[in-house]
Design a protein around this ligand. Structure first.
Ligand code: TSB
Ligand code: ZN
Length: 674
C-alpha cells in the first residue's frame, strides 16, 4: 500500500498509509483530540496557490466543483489520498460552527420529512446567524408544526446517527430524484454536476440528501439548536414558480452560546428603533409619502433638534462657517463634479423642465464648492471650513431601506474643508478630535476605524487617476499613523472621488454601519478648477476634506434610540419630567411647577387627566421619561415635588428649586446618570 505525507500545524510530518482518515490521525495524537475534533481542513501540499475555503451558504460552495488544490474542509472520515497539510478543527473554530449549522439543517430536513413525508427538499445552507432549509409542501407550516419539528429534531439528535458520505453515479441519483418528484434536487444535480460525474450524498439514518458536505461526525453533535422562524420564498426567486417555505433555525456547540444568542436577539428586539420609534412616538413612515421618507413626530423632532443644535455649537467653536444651500441643482453641476458619471445609480432621475434639467442632490459638496468659488481666496483665508445640515436624497433600493438608519431623504451634518496640502494633517486631526468629543457627549463608546479604499479594477465606480488615489491614500495613512489610530482596510468602500476614513458603529447584533467619515479629495477641486492665491502670487489648487461628524440626523438618531433603548440621557430626552397631580385640586400647582421648570429650560408634560395617580405614573414610566414628579397637598404646601427617577425609583420629596438646580446641572454636563 502506498503512503502519504501529512503535515500537522506544528510543522511535523507523519507518514501514513494512503486512505488514512483525519479521525485516525487525531486518535493517534490523542483520544481527547479525536473527541474534540469536528471537521478537518486540508491543503494539498503540492498546491501552488492557497484559496480560503468558505462554507457560507451559497449554492455553489455547497455542491460546486472547485480547484482541487485549494484548501478545503473535509469530514473526519474522509480517506486522505495525497500529501496534505492537515488541521483538525474543534468547536472553537468559526468554520466548525458553520459545518455544525449545515448539519443542523440536515437534522431539520430529517425531522420535516419524517413528520411530513410529502415535503420536497430545496437546499439548506448555514448562514451567519444559523441556517435555513427551503421546503416545498402543498400546505403551509403552522407555528405548531414548527414546535413539532423542533421536538422531532431533538429525537434525531438523540438517535446520534452518523453522517455518512456516499458517492453514486450521477444518472442513478438523478433517476431517483426524478422518480420522487424531487424537482429541486433534480435542478441542483443538473446545475452543479455534469454527465459522467459521481454525485455526493449524505446519509443519516434513513435520510439522504444531495450535498457536498462536509458534516460533523453524527447528529448527536447538534445539541444546542432552535427553530426560529418561517418565511415564504419563490423557487429560484421567480413568482411564477412554486412557493417554498423557508424555515430558519440556529445552532451552537453549547447551550450557553445558544442562550446568549437568544438573549441578544431579545435585547435587539427590545431596542429596535423601528419598534421604539412607534411606541415612543418619535417618527413614522407613511405609504402615502413613500418608503425611506420618514416623518419626524414632535418627540423625535425634539431629539433631532437637540442633536443639530449640539453639533452646530461645536462646529462654531471649531471655526466652521455655516451656510444654507438648496437641495437641488442643475444636472450639469453634477455632470461637472463627476457624480453623474460615477454616482448616477444612487441618484433620483432628473426633472425635465424643458429649458433646464434639475436633479435632487445626492451630496452637498458641489454647492459648497460654488460658495468657495464665490470670491477670491488667499492663502491667509485657508482653511475655509463650510458647514451645513445639508439635506440630500439618495435612491437607495427598497430592499435595503430600514426605519431611520437607511433612508432616501436625509440631512447630513456635513462640512467641506478647503485647505493647502500642508494643512491636511492638522485638519484631519482636529476632525478626529471633534468626533471623539461628540461620541463622548453622546455616550458612544464602541467604534472602530475603517480605511475605505477604491477597487482599482472598478473603473466605473471610481475616478480613474492612479496618482491621485495613491496620494490621497498616503495622506490618510500618514494622518492616521501620526494619531496612532488602529484601523482596518476595506477595498471598494471609498467615495468615487477619494479614499475615506470611516467610523463604524455596530448594533446589538453586531451589524456595522458607517457613521462619521473623513475624506481626502483632489478630484473635485480639479474638476471645478479651484484656486487660492499663494504667498508668492501663484494660484495653486486647494485640497478638499469632506467630513461628517454625527452622520445623518436619521442614522444617528436611529443609533441613539437603540443605544439607550429609548431611555435617553437627560439632555436628549424629548420630555424630561412628567408631572402627576394626585387629584384635580392639585392641577393648578402642577401647572405652576410646569411653568417654573419650563422657564428653567426643561421640557415638561403634565398629566391632568382624571385618572388614578398610579396609572399616570405608569404611563410616564413606559414612555421612559427620566423624572416623574408627583404632587399633592404636602408638596403644594412646601413648594416641593416628590421625585421618581427612571431606573432608581421613588426618591422622596425635594424642594422644587433643588430639583431645578440638580437637573440643570445634569443637562449642562450632558451627564448620562440621572
Ligand atoms: C461627508 N460628500 C460626503 C460628505 O461631505 C458624503 O456624502 N459622504 S458619504 O456619502 O459617505 O455620506 C456621509 C454619511 O451619510 C455616511 O457616512 C453615512 O453615515 C450617512 N448616510 C449615507 N447614506 C445614508 C442613508 N441612505 N441613510 C442614512 N444615512 C446615510
Ligand atoms: Zn462632500
Amino acid at each position: 500500500m502506498s503512503s502519504i505525507q501529512v503535515q500537522l500545524p506544528d510543522g511535523s510530518v507523519r507518514e501514513v498509509a494512503s486512505g488514512t482518515t483525519p479521525l485516525a490521525i487525531a486518535e493517534s495524537i490523542s483520544p481527547r483530540l479525536a473527541q474534540a475534533s469536528v471537521v478537518a481542513r486540508i491543503r494539498p501540499l503540492q498546491a501552488a496557490a492557497v484559496t480560503a475555503v468558505s462554507t457560507e451558504g451559497s449554492e455553489s460552495s455547497m455542491y460546486g466543483t472547485e480547484d482541487p488544490h485549494a484548501e478545503r474542509l473535509v469530514d473526519l472520515t474522509t480517506p486522505l489520498e495525497e500529501d496534505v497539510a492537515l488541521q483538525l478543527l474543534t468547536e472553537r473554530d468559526a468554520d466548525a460552527l458553520k459545518v455544525l449549522r449545515h448539519s443542523a439543517a440536515h437534522v431539520m430536513a430529517t425531522a420535516v420529512t419524517e413528520l411530513f413525508p410529502e415535503t420536497k427538499l430545496g437546499h439548506g445552507p448555514a448562514t451567519d446567524a444559523g441556517f435555513f432549509y427551503d421546503f416545498w409542501r402543498p400546505t403551509p407550516f403552522t407555528p405548531e408544526d414548527l414546535k413539532l419539528i423542533e421536538g422531532r429534531m431533538a429525537e434525531v439528535t438523540a438517535r446520534d446517527e452518523k453522517f455518512v458520505r456516499e458517492l453514486e453515479p450521477r444518472e442513478e441519483g438523478l433517476e431517483q430524484f426524478k422518480t420522487g418528484n424531487d424537482f429541486m434536487k433534480v435542478h441542483f444535480v443538473e446545475k452543479f454536476t455534469k454527465p459522467g460525474d459521481e454525485i455526493s450524498l449524505y446519509r443519516n439514518g434513513k435520510f439522504v440528501d444531495f450535498c457536498r458536505g462536509p458534516h460533523v461526525p453524527s447528529t448527536g453533535r447538534v445539541k444546542a439548536f432552535k427553530v426560529m422562524s418561517l418565511s415564504g420564498a419563490y423557487w429560484l426567486g421567480d413568482e411564477k414558480n412554486a412557493q417554498l417555505q423557508r424555515i430558519y433555525g440556529t445552532a451552537f456547540f453549547s447551550k450557553k452560546d445558544l442562550d446568549e444568542y437568544l438573549e441578544r436577539i431579545e435585547d435587539a428586539k427590545r431596542r429596535d428603533h423601528r419598534r421604539l420609534g412607534k411606541e415612543l412616538e418619535l417618527f413614522t413612515v407613511s405609504d402615502e409619502v413613500g418608503a425611506g421618507l420618514p416623518l419626524w413626530l414632535p418627540k423625535g423632532a425634539t431629539i433631532r433638534r437637540l442633536l443639530e443644535e449640539y453639533i452646530l455649537g461645536l462646529e462654531r467653536e471649531m471655526g466652521y462657517e455655516h451656510v444654507y444651500t438648496p437641495s437641488l441643482a442643475k444636472v450639469d453641476l453634477y455632470v461637472r463634479s463627476g457624480h453623474w458619471e460615477h454616482y448616477h445609480e444612487d441618484m433620483f432621475p432628473p426633472m425635465d423642465l424643458k429649458t433646464e434639467q434639475l436633479v435632487l442632490r445626492p451630496m452637498n459638496c458641489p454647492h459648497h464648492i460654488l460658495i468657495y468659488e464665490s470670491k477670491l481666496r488667499s492663502y491667509r483665508d485657508l482653511p475655509v471650513r463650510l458647514a451645513e445640515l445639508g439635506t440630500m436624497y439618495r435612491y437607495e433600493r427598497s430592499g435595503v431601506l430600514s426605519g431611520l438608519s437607511r433612508v432616501r431623504s436625509m440631512t447630513l451634518n456635513d462640512a467641506h474643508i478647503f485647505c493647502t496640502p500642508d494643512q491636511i494633517k492638522e485638519e484631519f486631526s482636529s476632525v478626529m478630535k471633534l468626533v471623539e468629543r461628540a461620541y463622548r457627549d453622546l455616550g458612544i463608546t464602541k467604534y472602530s476605524y475603517r480605511l475605505s479604499l477604491r477597487d482599482p479594477a472598478n473603473k466605473e465606480k471610481y475616478v480613474d487617476n492612479d496618482a491621485m488615489w495613491e496620494l490621497g491614500e498616503r495622506e490618510l495613512r500618514e494622518a492616521l499613523d501620526s494619531l496612532g489610530l488602529q484601523y482596518r482596510e476595506s477595498i471598494g468602500d471609498a467615495a468615487f472621488y477619494g479614499p475615506k476614513l470611516d467610523i463604524q458603529l455596530a448594533d446589538v447584533m453586531g451589524h456595522e454601519e458607517t457613521y462619521s467619515t473623513v475624506q481626502v479629495d483632489f478630484h473635485l477641486p480639479s474638476q471645478f478648477e479651484l484656486k487660492y492665491t499663494a504667498a508668492d502670487g501663484t494660484q495653486p489648487r486647494p485640497v478638499m476634506i469632506h467630513r461628517a461628524i454625527v452622520s445623518t440626523m436619521e442614522r444617528m438618531v436611529s443609533y441613539l434610540i437603540e443605544l439607550y433603548a429609548g431611555a435617553f440621557p437627560l439632555w436628549l430626552a424629548p420630555v424630561q419630567a412628567g408631572l402627576v397631580p394626585i387629584s384635580e385640586r392639585h392641577l393648578a400647582y402642577a401647572k405652576k411647577v410646569q411653568q417654573r421648570l419650563q422657564n428653567a429650560g426643561l421640557r415638561v408634560e403634565v398629566d391632568g387627566r382624571n385618572e388614578k395617580m398610579n396609572a399616570k405614573i405608569r404611563e410616564f414610566t413606559l414612555q421612559k421619561i427620566p423624572y416623574v414628579l408627583v404632587m399633592g397637598d404636602k408638596e403644594e404646601s412646601s413648594e416641593a415635588v416628590s421625585v421618581r427617577t427612571r431606573g432608581k425609583g421613588d426618591q422622596g420629596s425635594m424642594p422644587l428649586e433643588e430639583f431645578v438646580a440638580r437637573t440643570q446641572e445634569i443637562v449642562t454636563k450632558r451627564a448620562m446618570e440621572l
